[in-house]
Write a new protein. Structure first.
Length: 131
């Protein structure tokens, strides 16, 4: 799995990292017991401070999604799905961010929906939607 961060997005880098990992776990791209790169390795790969990655890992550990064990590394703690309310809130934040980015643009909402739908299919793979 490849993470990307955008230092110009206005969203803190640690939040971007945590959101992407959270979605990858929810989508099943990161299954239970999947070992993640060390905070130092991921930070070097992304070009961010290692404390930024440690903070993102810490947030996800607090949420029960990751298990961080000193000397053993970081693994996905569970394959649980985000609750519907969590998923709705996460989607709302991303849609609000998209709306901010597109403010003032002449946007064809139907076209935007088809683009978002295509991106979601790519992100979640060929897996059928559940729920």
């Amino acid at each position: 799995m490849r993470l990307r961060v955008d230092p110009n997005s206005g969203v803190p880098l640690g939040v971007q990292i945590a959101q992407q990992l959270r979605l990858a776990i929810a989508a099943g791209r990161l299954g239970a017991e999947t070992r993640l790169p060390s905070a130092r390795d991921l930070a070097a790969d992304l070009g961010v401070n290692f404390h930024t990655v440690r903070k993102a890992y810490g947030v996800l550990e607090t949420e029960g999604l990751l298990r961080v064990e000193r000397g053993r590394g970081t693994t996905v703690a569970t394959a649980r799905r985000l609750r519907a309310a969590d998923l709705r809130g996460l989607a709302r934040r991303h849609v609000e961010r998209l709306a901010e980015d597109l403010a003032g643009a002449d946007v064809d909402v139907a076209r935007l929906r088809s683009i978002v739908d295509a991106e979601l299919r790519l992100a979640f793979g060929a897996r059928e939607e559940k729920r």
